[in-house]
Design a protein. Sequence first.
Length: 80
Amino acid sequence: IYFGNAGPNLISSLHLIGSCFDKVYREGDIVSPPAKFVQTTLVPAGGATVVDMKMQVPGNFALVDHSINRIDKGAVGFVK
């Protein structure tokens, strides 16, 4: 998943509820080695990240901003 944070001035704490990211390419840097097995990754305003994950069990998983109050504003997505 390529995740961009349009900002304009708040960071986003990307979190997958019920699993973790197998690989995280911070700042969208797909050249450097990725971080592995990350639960939450910070995405700066105007920045991006690339995450890779493989679910161990089938189901619906929520991608949220760990500032949970932003869910009411639409900062949530689902992976099936």
